[in-house]
Design a protein around this ligand. Structure first.
Ligand code: NAP
Length: 246
């Protein structure tokens, strides 16, 4: 029970890696808010998590909207209390080569992945700074470090998250806030299921451990960074990628 009675705010938590993180944190004793752009799906996940024996609420949240972020944190405070842990997990892809990328595709990915992380961090640090304690974990990606053809928008957004994380770590260390990132490699979820088999086979060849990761592999790193076990760690990135980048 490494997170007993902690209150966690997780974005994009209705499915995939976010849902796995929410379940993992609940098993460690945390109360979790399942925030997601898809409210029905978030409600279903929150209902599932209550079975574990912790408090869980669903909140409709498009992380790229300042109004919705403000409202979501206010709902969270009223229903669960002060936020102890923020996990910035919501993310999308809109892949195509740079020459073909439409401005809307660039904006959509940057607005959700990077601006959404900024907006949620800003709300969370206001509360965490008052209680002089808090953990912020943001989900980046291996492509922030390697680049990836067809992902100029996505890799830029994920690299931006690293700069944001390090800056928050420096700005708020004095207030007891730790900010870290997790950079997954290829993880089996809805986001990657859509890739053609030929692409997946090619990617497997670039992974020294020879297989794709699972949402639970990412969850383990996030729980470590949320717990007291990582209290002397801030401004860092944990790579969860089977060795594909080192
Ligand atoms: P996923 O299965 O697509 O889950 C992402 C969740 O975020 C979905 O529930 C989605 O809702 C939600 N979402 C989308 N737009 C949102 C918005 N504007 N506001 C709030 N929530 C929103 O993706 P995943 O694979 O679990 O990825 C989770 C995170 O890990 C992402 O940040 C992703 O970039 C990162 N990551 C994934 C991999 C991988 O291999 N899977 C690798 C590296 C990094 P809808 O489905 O209803 O749109």
């Amino acid at each position: 029970m490494r997170l007993k009675d902690k209150n966690a705010f997780i974005t994009g938590a209705a499915q995939g890696i976010g849902k796995s993180i929410a379940i993992g944190m609940a098993r460690e004793g945390a109360n979790v808010a399942i925030t997601d752009v898809n409210f029905e799906s978030a409600e279903a996940t929150a209902t599932e998590i209550k079975e574990i024996g912790v408090k869980s609420i669903a909140i409709k949240l498009d992380v790229s909207s300042q109004d919705e972020v403000t409202h979501a944190f206010s709902t969270f405070s009223k229903e669960l209390g002060p936020v102890d842990i923020l996990v910035n997990n919501a993310g999308i892809t809109k892949d195509t080569l740079l020459m073909r990328m439409k401005e809307q595709d660039w904006d959509a990915v940057i607005n959700i992945n990077l601006k959404g992380t900024f907006l949620c961090c800003k709300e969370a640090v206001k509360i965490m700074a008052k209680q002089r304690l808090g953990k912020i974990i943001s989900i980046s990606s291996v492509v922030a470090f390697t680049g990836n053809p067809g992902q100029s928008n996505y890799s830029s957004s994920k690299a931006g998250i690293i700069g944001l994380t390090k800056t928050i770590a420096r700005e708020y260390a004095g207030r007891g806030i730790r900010a870290n990132a997790v950079a997954p490699g290829f993880i089996q979820t809805a986001m990657t299921d859509i890739l053609p088999d030929a692409v997946k086979d090619e990617m497997k060849k670039s992974i020294p451990l020879g297989s794709f990761g699972t949402p639970e592999d990412v969850t383990n790193a996030v729980i470590f960074l949320s717990s007291a076990e990582s209290d002397y760690i801030s401004g860092q990135v944990i790579h969860v990628n089977g060795g594909m980048y080192m």
